[in-house]
Design a protein around this ligand. Structure first.
Ligand SMILES: Cc1cc2nc3c(=O)[nH]c(=O)nc-3n(C[C@H](O)[C@H](O)[C@H](O)COP(=O)(O)OP(=O)(O)OC[C@H]3O[C@@H](n4cnc5c(N)ncnc54)[C@H](O)[C@@H]3O)c2cc1C
Length: 419
């Protein structure tokens, strides 16, 4: 075991993923001249994950092409990227992190950006060859060869990742089934009508989608050959992909006595209960001023936005994080863009833009617009979703008839809603 203590403690970031890499660069952008160390455990330079379930599995993009920065960008900006440096302990008293190889590293400020890990399917047979999860570039490389035309694929979980993989697998000529224990798809993300619209497209494309069913076991000797459901149904298959959600990677923080509440609990400046330690991205649970509750988001824009703010706050700016959530997904020829938190609604208004595209507005119990889900062609929905994001940020109660009427420009409603 080696052990070293850097003479000049600086900014240390645990997790060389999306938000960790962005925060490292944002620290330099904001004028920090001291040491920055970015510690990863994937053995790879930070990369963009969204293409993994889309262009990468389609064979249209390599994982190398997903890199967020060139290696020379880290060198030129004097960011010490250590992609094989798993952090095993945070010692808050001495402000030191320990790595798996015994190295110790002091910090002035520490950012925990450890992301989230796929929730494991806990049934007999789940360890068989041919059962996959998708979080990392290595995972994607393991799946890609399983999607040859004619292969039969069972996806467990009708969340965004599962549904994106289904669309990709269909495009590659696979026969796809989706198994979901809940009564409808995307339950944590969108209201039922939005989910139903997407599910119908999957069904039109030949996907066998089953709700309210649970996996009893996965069959096969060494390799998977079937999925057995609790209702007795057996679905023969060549591979299984599990997409039943993720769990924030809070172990390090928890062991160090940092507050955790479905993620590392931070205040609205993304600072933990230790003033020297911050968190951002999928692992971070933050108080939303807009929705008046603690939230944790698992999306690209949140990783981007929080990284930008947290870097400034590690330098003492004390800025509040108060972005309106925004998420996108691509399935078949459909783009889905979601602003706000549609899942917090009790009512919905649909604006049919044309035969290809529509926006589902989500209204809460006070009549306030809390979410907007655009589904269809990108040019049809992108502008309106941006306007909706502003309306949601202003906590606007908007006339439902106007929301549903495509003849009324959404932008014109902005004027009626004071700041
Ligand atoms: C397949 C896929 C498709 C997606 N598609 C979309 C999409 O279409 N739209 C969208 O909005 N979002 C999408 N997302 C979500 C988006 O990619 C994530 O929200 C984003 O990557 C979160 O960034 P993060 O920095 O919080 O976590 P991550 O990018 O996961 O980075 C965390 C890093 O920390 C490392 N780490 C963990 N523990 C340690 C440790 N102890 N020591 C060192 N390193 C550690 C992890 O290995 C990982 O590299 C997708 C995600 C996946 C997996």
């Amino acid at each position: 075991m080696t052990s070293q203590m850097h003479s000049e403690p600086g900014m240390v970031i645990v997790g060389a993923g999306h938000s960790g890499a962005r925060a490292a660069h944002a620290l330099r952008d904001n004028g920090w001249n001291g040491p920055i160390t970015l510690l990863g455990n994937e053995g790879l330079s930070p990369y963009d994950r969204p293409p993994l379930s889309k262009a990468v599995l389609l064979g249209e993009q390599t994982t190398q092409e997903c890199l967020l920065y060139r290696d020379s960008d880290y060198t030129e900006r004097d960011i010490d990227l250590l992609p094989d440096a798993e952090v095993t302990e945070i010692n808050r008293a001495s402000r030191v992190v320990s790595l798996r190889d015994g190295t110790q590293l002091g910090y002035l400020r520490l950012l925990i950006a450890t992301g989230a890990a796929p929730r494991a399917l806990d049934v007999p047979g789940a360890q068989l060859d041919g059962v996959h999860y998708l979080r990392t570039a290595v995972d994607a490389m393991g799946i890609i060869g399983r999607l040859d035309a004619g292969r039969r694929l069972v996806i467990v979980g009708a969340g965004f990742i599962g549904m994106e993989i289904a669309a990709t697998a269909v495009a590659r000529g696979c026969k796809v089934s989706i198994i979901e224990a809940a009564p409808y798809a995307l339950m944590r993300a969108v209201p039922r009508n939005v989910a139903q619209y997407l599910v119908e497209r999957h069904q039109q494309m030949g996907v066998d989608v089953r709700f309210g069913v649970q996996v009893e076991r996965i069959g096969g000797r060494e390799s998977v050959d079937s999925v057995h459901l609790l209702d007795g149904t057996v679905i023969p298959c060549d591979s299984v992909i599990v997409g039943i959600g993720v769990i924030p990677r809070v172990e390090l923080a928890e062991a160090a006595g940092i507050d955790v509440a479905d993620g590392i609990a931070v205040d609205d400046t993304l600072c933990t209960n230790d003033p020297h330690i911050f968190a951002c991205g999928d692992v971070c649970s933050f108080p939303s001023r807009l929705f008046k509750r603690r939230m944790r988001l698992e999306c690209w824009k949140n990783a981007e936005d929080q990284a930008r703010i947290v870097a400034r706050n590690m330098l003492g700016c004390g800025e509040t994080y108060s972005e309106v959530p925004w998420f996108w997904s691509d399935q078949y020829d459909l783009t889905i863009q979601i602003a706000g938190m549609p899942a917090f609604s009790i009512a919905s208004v649909t604006r049919i833009i044309n035969e290809h595209s529509r926006i589902f507005f989500a209204i809460d119990r006070d009549g306030v617009l809390v979410g907007a889900s655009g589904v269809g062609r990108l040019p049809d929905i992108a502008k309106d979703i941006r306007v909706a994001q502003t309306l949601i940020g202003r906590r606007a109660a908007i006339d439902e008839a106007a929301l549903g009427n495509p003849a009324i420009k959404l932008k014109s409603l902005l004027a009626e809603v004071a700041l």
